[in-house]
Design a protein around this ligand. Structure first.
Ligand code: ADP
Ligand code: ZN
Length: 520
């Protein structure tokens, strides 16, 4: 007799009801259909293949690139009484052979396999003699050649369909932008499958973005004000900064642990373990931290540097508030951060087409950071989802003032242009303000018509204007020329000609911000 999914959910996993689209996906796959499941991290993707794997006769094969996590997943399933195993190169050979024998004998429910292992001829032959329940392809975005996680072995997974046409396939990912979705469907030959896109909104997370004045003091006052004694994650771009911030937080009375790939393995594991088990610790980490972290009561995720994209931001902030209770996603950023990201892209050895895609991703991220709209709307729209103004982000709670900035933006564009598009914001702002620096004298820029035409704003106000100009794509920071600001003709020209009005946001005043402190 066939088991039914609801019974398995209760008796094996101990849950009362399906979450979101799980029920629909499971029914479809149990009936033998192919599926592409797009669900945010923590949305419950695993059950979408685990339950069909148990309900359908035969062994379910789960392809996963995360070898490090496989053993944990297998262990967790065994605890629940599921006959699970892993096949990857880290296992001793006799053990691998034993798993293969058990597969053929139908003694297993679920087998996790690394893609390169699966596509080996030996393994494929073994599969041909195995009764198969389904193929689950986890982290399916690894098939996307334009993504950060591209795995060439994933391209070969397409042949699973050719060799085993009657075995249903379910591909799962948390990366949902349209082009990636289409690429997954095409490369895995899922045209006849159904797409399931689950809601991306995390209503309990409150989003805040601030201009970076002094990142350390801003962070400290945020933690002390809102999260004293609670668990949180602080993301930084570099290892050195992680060490520095962690030590400093400890000095300031916030218990903090560093985590990055440069630390000895034992220290990393110990820190991660303490974070998971103890209350009230802050982990200061690079993006190396977080894959597979399932701590329900992380109350805040702070970014001291910009993440690489909105997908990365969503993933990283999504580690807050898994228990559904109010949590904060908090970020400070400055123009330097954006320039650095563009620089990293330009200096990478990626193909031009890829660089362009990556640059677009950074622009979307800047658009989010600089928006005067509801942040949740901007975020969800990026993922093809929508919502009403949320009432739970900084722009909803404290709407920024906007103003007609056409004239100041014209001045700023002219100043970039007249100085030869060879200087960063610092110098261009000095020109606008008419600051008579040594450099100014040497360059003779005090003789330009734009010298001193922007005295209506302070240095800080001009920085806000320039950040938004980058976010809206009027100018870009040229990495080849040390962040020199270059006009983007298509968008800058209509503004200079007075054919387009520009509305910008005024920088909000932060309580307790110390004016005297230097920017990064
Ligand atoms: P994903 O793979 O999408 O990141 P997981 O499958 O790891 O997410 O699920 C995230 C968490 O949600 C896990 O702790 C899981 O046990 C829990 N979960 C999943 N489905 C349900 C459900 N129907 N009811 C209760 N908890 C669930
Ligand atoms: Zn909002």
């Amino acid at each position: 007799m066939r088991l039914d999914p609801q019974t398995v959910l209760r008796s094996v996993f101990g849950y009362d009801s399906f979450r979101g689209m799980q029920g629909e996906v499971i029914e479809h796959v149990v009936d033998g259909g192919d599926a592409l499941v797009i669900m945010p991290t923590g949305g419950g993707k695993s059950l979408c293949y685990q339950i069909p794997g148990l309900v359908r006769p035969g062994v379910a094969i789960v392809v996963s690139p995360l070898i490090a996590l496989m053993q944990d997943q297998v262990e967790a399933l065994r605890q629940l009484g599921v006959k699970a195993a892993a096949l990857n190169s880290t296992l001793p050979w006799p053990e691998q052979q034993e798993v293969e024998r058990q597969m053929r004998a139908g003694e297993l429910d679920l087998v996790y396999v690394a893609p390169e292992r699966l596509m080996g001829e030996g393994c494929l032959n073994n599969l041909a003699h195995t009764d198969l329940a389904l193929f689950a392809i986890d982290e399916a975005h690894c098939v996307s050649q334009w993504g950060h996680d591209f795995r060439p072995e994933y391209l070969q997974l397409r042949t699973l369909h050719e060799r085993f046409p009657h075995v249903p396939r379910v591909a799962l990912t948390a990366t949902a932008d349209g082009p990636t979705r289409r690429e997954i469907v095409e490369r895995l030959a899922l045209e006849n499958g159904r797409e399931f896109v689950a809601g991306f909104d995390r209503p309990n997370i409150r989003y805040h973005v601030r201009a970076k004045t002094n990142a350390k003091t801003q962070l400290l006052s945020f933690i002390k004000r809102e999260h004293s004694g609670e668990s949180g994650i602080v993301y930084c771009m570099s290892r050195a900064k992680v060490d520095d911030i962690a030590a400093w937080l400890n000095d300031e009375g916030v218990p903090a642990l560093p985590y990055h790939a440069g630390l000895p393995k034992e220290v990393r594991f110990a820190n991660q373990d303490r974070f998971l088990k103890e209350e009230g610790l802050t982990v200061v980490a690079t993006i190396a931290f977080g894959m597979g972290i399932d701590k329900p009561d992380v109350r805040f995720v702070a970014h001291l540097d910009l993440p690489k994209s909105l997908e990365a931001y969503y993933q990283e902030t999504g580690r807050a508030g898994r228990d559904g209770l109010p949590s904060n996603a908090w970020m400070v950023f400055g123009m330097q951060d954006a320039a650095r990201l563009f620089q990293m892209i330009d200096q990478s050895d990626a193909a031009d087409a890829q660089k362009m895609i990556e640059r677009r991703k950074v622009e979307s991220l800047l658009g989010f950071a600089e928006t005067a709209r509801c942040r949740r709307q901007v975020l969800l729209e990026y993922f093809g989802d929508t919502c009403e103004p949320c009432g739970n982000c900084d722009t909803c709670l404290d709407p920024p003032e906007t103003y007609d900035a056409t004239v100041p933006v014209q001045k700023a564009l002219s100043a970039c242009y007249r100085t030869g598009q060879r200087f960063g914001a610092g110098h261009v702002i000095d020109v606008l303000l008419g600051n008579m620096t040594d450099r100014m004298r040497q360059l003779g820029h005090d003789a330009l018509s734009v010298f001193g035409i922007g005295k209506e704003f302070s240095k800080e106000q001009w920085r806000t204007v320039f950040r938004q100009m980058i976010a809206y794509g009027y100018i870009r920071a040229d990495a080849e020329a040390h962040g020199a600001l270059v006009l983007i003709p298509d968008t800058a020209r209509p503004i200079l000609k007075g054919e387009q009005t520009v509305i910008l946001r005024k920088e909000r005043k932060e309580a307790g911000r110390r004016r005297s402190e230097k920017r990064e």
